[in-house]
Design a protein around this ligand. Structure first.
Ligand SMILES: Nc1ncnc2c1ncn2[C@@H]1O[C@H](COP(=O)(O)OP(=O)(O)OP(=O)(O)O)[C@@H](O)[C@H]1O
Ligand SMILES: [Mg+2]
Length: 273
């Protein structure tokens, strides 16, 4: 497409369509009903249910933490919710639209316009500078370049990197790269951000400040957040808590578990003083 002038392999969806405008669906932003993902395992007669009849409602402006041990199916669930894996059973509505009814192209546009992603490994494109990395989803969503550049600069300024537009990923620290990834996730003003262990590659202090920034940005913009994490401190910053185990998802409504201090209880606290 003419006018972008960036060689990042993505181009705006097509001429003249403009960005996707989302209405507020009656069923929540993401409404998964008994969604399952089965994978075939060699030498096993039955498929493995990596996501097993999960029902999950994502409401506007609410943050959700999903915890669970390695292999529990967290990334697999996020892939389905994020329209990255269409190989599921059950019903998945995104902003009132049945995802199964959409073509690949419509899915890609919905994904780029309505959803933002943050991954553990930043997944910035190494040969693009910070600004051009943040522009990638704008192109996929069909935004005009002039609008996209304005939004991308603002998104980078919002994460404190307004003066690093030209920096290449290799010139940025891990925390800075993850801030670029957050700017990229937020640049299109998505309705939902899906984050898969966004602090997993960072040291504790940097992770906490990056997570604090992500929560602050999504709260400020009224965006919903689904964050997969191993870190209870990270989870404690979220409104609702879920645990995934062997493909199943259950809500944890015992907030004291998430607010437990990171130290051994004193003898007094456990009642043996
Ligand atoms: N395409 C696939 N083929 C075979 N097995 C798969 C496939 N995708 C996922 N799995 C298996 O499904 C299970 C869940 O994987 P998933 O990556 O979703 O776990 P996770 O909870 O994100 O783990 P981690 O915390 O280590 O990232 C694992 O046992 C994994 O090996
Ligand atoms: Mg995972």
């Amino acid at each position: 497409m003419k006018g972008w002038g960036y060689d990042f392999g993505y181009r705006p969806g097509s001429g003249g369509e403009g960005p996707i405008l989302m209405g507020t669906g009656p069923t929540g932003l993401i409404d998964a009903r008994e969604v399952s993902v089965a994978v075939k395992v060699p030498h096993q007669p039955e498929p493995l249910m990596v996501v097993d009849k999960v029902s999950f409602l994502v409401q506007p402006g609410v943050s959700y933490a999903v915890l669970g041990r390695s292999g529990a199916g967290k990334t697999s669930l996020l892939s389905v919710l994020g329209l990255l894996n269409a190989d599921y059973t059950g019903k998945l509505m995104v902003d009132g639209v049945d995802a199964a009814s959409l073509s690949d192209r419509a899915l890609a546009r919905l994904r780029a316009g309505a959803l933002g992603f943050v991954f553990q490994s930043y997944s910035l494109i190494p040969h693009l500078n910070a600004l051009n990395n943040v522009l990638v989803p704008c192109a996929a969503a069909g935004l005009r370049r002039s609008v996209a550049v304005k939004q991308a600069k603002q998104a980078l300024a919002d994460v404190g990197l307004g003066d690093r537009l030209g920096a290449m990923p290799v010139q940025l620290s891990g925390g800075e790269q993850q801030r670029v990834a957050i700017a990229r996730a937020l640049v299109n003003h998505p309705r939902v951000v899906l984050a898969d262990e966004p602090t997993g590659a960072l040291d504790i202090d940097t992770g906490a400040s990056v997570m604090g920034l992500l929560i602050e940005r999504v709260k400020k913009a009224g965006i919903a957040l689904v964050v997969v994490t191993h870190d209870r401190q990270v989870a404690s910053m979220c409104d609702m808590h879920y645990i995934m185990d062997r493909g199943g998802l259950i809500q944890d409504t015992s907030p004291q578990v998430w607010q437990r201090p990171r130290r051994a209880a004193t003898a007094e606290e456990v009642g043996v003083a």
